[in-house]
Write a protein that binds this ligand. Structure first.
Ligand SMILES: C[S@@+](CC[C@H](N)C(=O)[O-])C[C@H]1O[C@@H](n2cnc3c(N)ncnc32)[C@H](O)[C@@H]1O
Length: 220
């Protein structure tokens, strides 16, 4: 009989494998498919006061959809390290960097939950990525470790309806998120961020709270 930790590990790797397949497949049309979310992702990144020269980490960067905005905020003298697990997403993100000639944007292929993603970052950004991690709490802990004291994290993401009669749609919503994005039903981004970070606040919600932006600070 398998132990509970073996089951957890198998579940983790299955989730990661599914993620790779899903996102590899979507890599060539991702920007087009996700266009309508642009105002929300831009507002989320804009809620951090990123300045010229800052060091920024992007977790689950996809094909680099947010690079233009982050690069314009950090300028030539800051740096952006972007991480994604899907090889095809990484390839698309690197092509974008090459096309634009950005010398201070680096794309790494890694599992942001478990890899050493560096440290001393001023800001970390996760757009629609924390909820698809194979272990959400561990991913949030990893982001926390990567920040300097006083560093800030923003996540824009989706969840099921948090309260009220509209919760009736939750079973369909959960099924849809899982089917479309390999969303992880076993974790809660907002709860994990509140548990791990020293301060956190939901600063914006969309469509009955299904979309949300949470901002968090590391103080110690
Ligand atoms: C919905 S896309 C988000 C892309 C982009 N951040 C955006 O703004 O649209 C989710 C991304 O998370 C990546 N991802 C999933 N699991 C990951 C993991 N464990 N480590 C790093 N990236 C991961 C996927 O490969 C995919 O590119």
């Amino acid at each position: 009989m398998k132990s509970e930790s073996e089951d957890t590990e198998t579940g983790y790797h299955r989730h990661l494998e599914r993620s790779q397949k899903r996102w590899d497949r979507k890599s060539d049309r991702y920007d087009r498919d996700e266009r309508e979310l642009a105002p929300m992702r831009e507002a989320a990144i804009g809620s951090l006061d990123i300045e010229v020269g800052d060091r920024v980490l992007e977790v689950g960067c996809g094909p680099g959809t947010n690079f233009e905005q982050i690069r314009s905020e950090i300028g030539e003298h800051g740096s952006l390290i972007a991480i994604d697990y899907s090889p095809d997403m990484v390839k698309a993100a690197r092509q974008r960097v090459e096309r634009r000639g950005w010398e201070n944007v680096t794309v790494r292929r890694a599992d942001a939950t478990a890899a050493d993603i560096g440290n001393g970052f001023d800001f970390a950004v996760a757009i629609l990525s924390m909820s698809v991690m194979p272990d959400i709490q561990k991913a949030v802990e990893n982001v926390y470790r990567s920040l300097r004291n006083g560093g800030m994290f923003v996540a824009f993401d989706v969840r099921d309806v948090p309260e009220g009669p509209a919760r009736i749609v939750n079973p369909i919503l959960r099924w849809y998120f899982r089917w479309y994005a390999n969303w992880n039903p076993d974790g809660d981004v907002v709860e994990s961020v509140a548990a791990v970070f020293d301060e956190s606040e939901i600063v914006e919600t969309y469509v009955a709270g299904i979309g949300y932006t949470v901002v968090a600070r590391k103080s110690r």
